[in-house]
Design a binder for this molecule. Structure first.
Ligand code: ADP
Ligand code: MG
Length: 635
C-alpha cells in the first residue's frame, strides 16, 4: 500500500454519463483513498499492477457518501453499490461485499466530516436515463428526496448534531444486506410508512381516503403516481403518491415548513396573514438549502416588510441565521429564534403555513381512471376559444375543478391523440398542467385537465402584472424551465412552447400546457405548414421553420422567446416583421433585442437559447441550475 493511502481496493465504477446520449458502462478500477483525494486507475489484472490514472475526486468537494439501492435484477457483481456525491454529481461505485462497502463508507464519511456544504438530503436510488429512480425527478441537481440519517457516525460524525436528532425508522436504503430489495422501479418499497400531507376524498371505490397527519403503510407502488396503501384500521386502497411524505423524514412534520413555495409565494402568504413576526421555512432556490421568510410590521410601517434569511452552515456542520448563534440542527435554530430575535428584524412569532392550501393535482382523478364519464362533468363557464374549439371550466363529480377542452369535430386527428393521451397521463410535474382524462365515447371528444384559475400567462403578463419585481419575473422563468426539464428528461418534445401555452395558478405558479398537441392539429395548413399564418414562426429556430426538425433543442429556442415575452410583459416577438421577413432575418443572424427589464445576465440566457446550431444551445436541466443560481443571488 502507498504510504499515505487510507484504503485501496478494486471496484466496478459506473461511467458518469456526462452526455445524455452516451451509454452507461461499468469498468473495473483500482481506487485509492488518501486524506486529500480519491483516485481511480486503470488496472492490469494479470500483473496486479496499477496503470493510467483515470480520475480523481478531491475530498473537500465531497458533499455526501451513502449506499445506493441496487438496480432491479442487478448482476451479482453489482449488488453493493455506493455513491460519492460531489459537485459533478454522483460517482457510483460497486463493492464486492457489504463488508467492504461499509468500511469504505465509514472511512469516507470520516475524512469528509468537516466539509462545507455537506448535503442534508440525498437520492437513495440511481440516476438513470435522465431520471432519479427514487423520486422520478428529471433534473440531476434536484434536491435529494431522502433526509440523511445520523447512523454509523451519523451526519458525518458531529456528536452534538447526532444527539439532537430523534432516531428515525429504517428506510429502504437502510435495510440490512443481503439480500437487498431491488430498487423499486417507481417509488418506495412496500412496508414504508408515510404520512398524509393533504386530505384525499376517494373518487372511486378502489381508492383509500387520506386524512392529513395520519400514517399509512405502502403496500405496492403500482406506478409513479398511485400507490396501494393500508390505513391504521386495515382498510386498503389506492392513494395519490404526491399527497403523502415518508414518515419521520425532513421537516414535513413541522408546521413551519412549507414545501414547494418560492419567495414571492412566501411573501404573499405572509402578507395575507398580516401578522408581525409571521414566518415560515421554505426550500431556498439553491438545492439543499433552506430560507426563513419573516414578516415584520414596525410601528411606522403599516404595510409591513418581508425579509428572507438563508440558513447558513459552518464547516463544522452547525446552522445559523445570524452570526454567533450556531445550532446543531435547523429545528433547534428555529426554536431559538422563536424566542429571541438575536439579529433578525423580529423574533419568529407566528407560524404561517400553506398546508391548508388546496392539494396538488393528481395524475388522473382516481387510480386507473382515464376514460371519464361525461355525465360526471358539469359545465360552469366558458374560459376561451382555442385551436381545437371551446374550453370550459367545470366540476367533475360535482366538486373537483377541471378544465374541459371540447374538441371541434374535424380539428384533431382523434385516434392518434387518444393513443397519445395514455402517454400524457403519465407525465406528472408541478409545472405541467395535468391531464386528468378524456371522454372519447361521444362526439365532440373532451380533454379534461387541471384547472388554473388565473388563466393564460400571456394575458396575465399583459393585464395583471403591474410592477413585477426582478424576482417575480425570474421565478416565472424558473417554473417553466422546471416543467420543461421534466419533459426533456422524458424525451418529450413540446413543439409549441410560448406564453400563450402556459397557465397561471391561483398562487402565481406557472404551468406549461398543450405539450405535444400540435401534432394532432388537422386540416389547418395555416397552422401545420411552416409557411402558414398560424405556424409559430416567432418561436421557431431555423431547423424548424426550414426543415420541421423538432427536438428538445427547438423547445429551448422557444423557451428563450418565452423568456423574452415574460421580460417585455407580453409583447409580440418581432412586432414589426411578418413571418416571411422573420424567416429571412433569423437566417441572417437577427435576434430579439434585450428587453429593458432584462439585465445582461438574463439576456445572455435568452441568447444562449438562440444559437443557430441546436447542439450549442443549453439543455433545460442546465438552464434550471443557472436560473436557480441567479435567483439565489437575488434573495
Ligand atoms: P388551444 O390550445 O386549443 O388553442 P387554449 O388551451 O389556448 O386552446 O385555451 C383557450 C383559453 O382557455 C386559454 O387562453 C385559457 O385562457 C383558457 N384555458 C385553457 N385551459 C385552461 C385551464 N386548464 N385552466 C384555465 N384556463 C384554461
Ligand atoms: Mg393552447
Amino acid at each position: 500500500m502507498m504510504s499515505d493511502s487510507i484504503l485501496e481496493d478494486i471496484f466496478i465504477k459506473r461511467s458518469q454519463q456526462k452526455k445524455k446520449t452516451s451509454p452507461l458502462n461499468f469498468k473495473e478500477r483500482l481506487f485509492i483513498l488518501t486524506q486529500e483525494k480519491i483516485s481511480y486507475y486503470d488496472y492490469d489484472v494479470e500483473k496486479g499492477k496499477k496503470k493510467a490514472l483515470k480520475g480523481t475526486v478531491e475530498v473537500d468537494k465531497i458533499r455526501c457518501v451513502e449506499k445506493v439501492l441496487p438496480e432491479e435484477n442487478a448482476p451479482i457483481e453489482r449488488l453493493y453499490p455506493f455513491q460519492i456525491i460531489y459537485d459533478e454529481g454522483p460517482l457510483y461505485i460497486f463493492a464486492k461485499s457489504d463488508e467492504v462497502r461499509r468500511l469504505w463508507i465509514h472511512q469516507l464519511k470520516h475524512v469528509v466530516r468537516f466539509n462545507k456544504d455537506l448535503a442534508q438530503k440525498y437520492h437513495p436510488c440511481f440516476w438513470v436515463d435522465g431520471m432519479w429512480l427514487c423520486c422520478q425527478q428529471g433534473v440531476k441537481q434536484a434536491l435529494g428526496c431522502q433526509v440523511l440519517q445520523p447512523k454509523n457516525g451519523g451526519l458525518l460524525g458531529n456528536p452534538s448534531r447526532r444527539k439532537s436528532r430523534k432516531p428515525l425508522p429504517p428506510t429502504p436504503a437502510e435495510e440490512p444486506t443481503p439480500p437487498q430489495p431491488p430498487c423499486p422501479q417507481l417509488g418506495p418499497s412496500s412496508g414504508m410508512t408515510v404520512i398524509a400531507e393533504y386530505e384525499y376524498t376517494p373518487v372511486n371505490k378502489q381508492d383509500l381516503p387520506l386524512r392529513p397527519g395520519e400514517e399509512y403503510t405502502v403496500l405496492e407502488a403500482v406506478d409513479a403516481s398511485w400507490w396501494r396503501a393500508r390505513d391504521k384500521h386495515g382498510n386498503e386502497g389506492y392513494i395519490p403518491s404526491n399527497y403523502v411524505v415518508e414518515a419521520g423524514h425532513g421537516f414535513e412534520r413541522f408546521a413551519w415548513y412549507c414545501k414547494n413555495i418560492n419567495r414571492s409565494q412566501a411573501e404573499n402568504l405572509l402578507k395575507a396573514e398580516n401578522k408581525d413576526g409571521g414566518f415560515l421555512v421554505r426550500d431556498s432556490s439553491k438545492t439543499g438549502k433552506y430560507t426563513v421568510s419573516l414578516y415584520a410590521k414596525a410601528p411606522g410601517d403599516p404595510m409591513g416588510t418581508c425579509r428572507h434569511y438563508n440558513i447558513c452552515s459552518t464547516p463544522q456542520g452547525q446552522f445559523y441565521l445570524a452570526e454567533k448563534h450556531n445550532f446543531s440542527s435547523i429545528e433547534e435554530l428555529i426554536n431559538y429564534h422563536q424566542h429571541n430575535a438575536a439579529g433578525l428584524v423580529s423574533r419568529l412569532k407566528h407560524i404561517v403555513s400553506n398546508k391548508a392550501d388546496k392539494a396538488p393535482s393528481r395524475a388522473g382523478l382516481g387510480y386507473g381512471i382515464w376514460e371519464i364519464d361525461p355525465r360526471d362533468l358539469t359545465f360552469l363557464k366558458e374560459l376561451g376559444n382555442g385551436q381545437f374549439g371551446v374550453v370550459k371550466y367545470g366540476k367533475w363529480q360535482g366538486q373537483h375543478d377541471v378544465a374541459i377542452k371540447m374538441i371541434k369535430e374535424g380539428s384533431m386527428s382523434e385516434d392518434d391523440f387518444i393513443d397519445e393521451a395514455k402517454v400524457m397521463m403519465k407525465l406528472h410535474h408541478q409545472n405541467l398542467v395535468q391531464l386528468y382524462g378524456v371522454c372519447t365515447k361521444q362526439r365532440p371528444i373532451y380533454i379534461v385537465t387541471e384547472y388554473l384559475s388565473n388563466g393564460c400567462l400571456l394575458n396575465h403578463l399583459r393585464d395583471s402584472l403591474k410592477h413585477p419585481s426582478p424576482i417575480q419575473l425570474l421565478e416565472m422563468c424558473k417554473d417553466v424551465s422546471e416543467g420543461m426539464a421534466y419533459l426533456e428528461s422524458k424525451q418529450y418534445i413540446h413543439r409549441d412552447l410560448a406564453a400563450r401555452n402556459c397557465l397561471v395558478d391561483s398562487n402565481g405558479t406557472i404551468k406549461v400546457t398543450d405539450f405535444g398537441l400540435s401534432r394532432y392539429v388537422l386540416e389547418d395548413d395555416e397552422y401545420t405548414s411552416s409557411a402558414g399564418s398560424k405556424f409559430p414562426v416567432r418561436w421557431s429556430p431555423p431547423e424548424v421553420f426550414l426543415y420541421c426538425r423538432f427536438s428538445s433543442k427547438s423547445d429551448i429556442w422557444a423557451f428563450g422567446v418565452l423568456m423574452w415575452e415574460i421580460y417585455t410583459l407580453g409583447r409580440m416577438p418581432y412586432e414589426r416583421l411578418s413571418n416571411t421577413e422573420i424567416v429571412e432575418k433569423i437566417s441572417t443572424g437577427l435576434r430579439l433585442y434585450r428587453p429593458q427589464m432584462a439585465n445582461d445576465r438574463i439576456y445572455t440566457i435568452m441568447t444562449s437559447c438562440w444559437h443557430e446550431k441546436p447542439e450549442e444551445r443549453p439543455a433545460f436541466q442546465d438552464l434550471v441550475v443557472t436560473i436557480q443560481d441567479l435567483l439565489y443571488e437575488l434573495q
